[in-house]
Write a new protein. Structure first.
Length: 161
């Protein structure tokens, strides 16, 4: 096996999409539109499967599946007990966007508003209407080189409502 050298270019430019299950596409689309400004690229399905492509960033989308008889979206397990994929981490476009997303999530009671200072990144967790946990991250403008903080370290720039 050949190891990638630090000087080799990365061959990926990010995550294209994450596929998720829901029991109510319209409710989920409304949430992501109102909080993140998401747009519907395409929606199809008059039969047992409804598929909606929901753009949540310039190069990122959620592929939302609503499948008759599938109830997986109703089951939520605690963090790190969810299998190989635990949660989705989204990157805010700017600190201003992060603050606005935080406000919208608080208004929808989808977060308690606590912002974690991990050092190079500030982080805010939320839960969507189906119980899927997500995280919004933004580069920390006050980060110190090579300094990392453990989970639960409060950011000094945000008060918890």
């Amino acid at each position: 096996m050949t190891m990638r050298r630090e000087t080799d270019p990365m061959l990926l430019d990010g995550i294209h999409h994450v596929a998720i299950l829901t029991s109510d596409t319209d409710r989920l689309v409304d949430f992501y539109r109102s909080v993140f400004g998401a747009t519907v690229e395409h929606s199809s399905g008059d039969g047992p499967v409804r598929l909606t492509f929901l753009n949540i960033g310039p190069h990122t989308e959620l592929n939302v599946f609503e499948i008759d008889g599938n109830h997986e979206a109703e089951h939520q397990t605690p963090m790190f007990g969810r299998g190989r994929l635990d949660h989705i981490g989204l990157r805010a476009a700017s600190m201003e966007a992060f603050s606005e997303i935080r406000r919208r999530l608080i208004d929808r009671e989808a977060t308690d508003g606590f912002v974690t200072d991990f050092g190079p990144v500030l982080s805010l967790f939320f839960t969507d209407p189906d119980g899927l946990e997500g995280e919004v991250c933004v580069p920390n403008p006050d980060a110190e080189t090579d300094v990392r903080h453990p989970p639960g370290t409060p950011s000094t720039g945000f008060d918890t409502p």
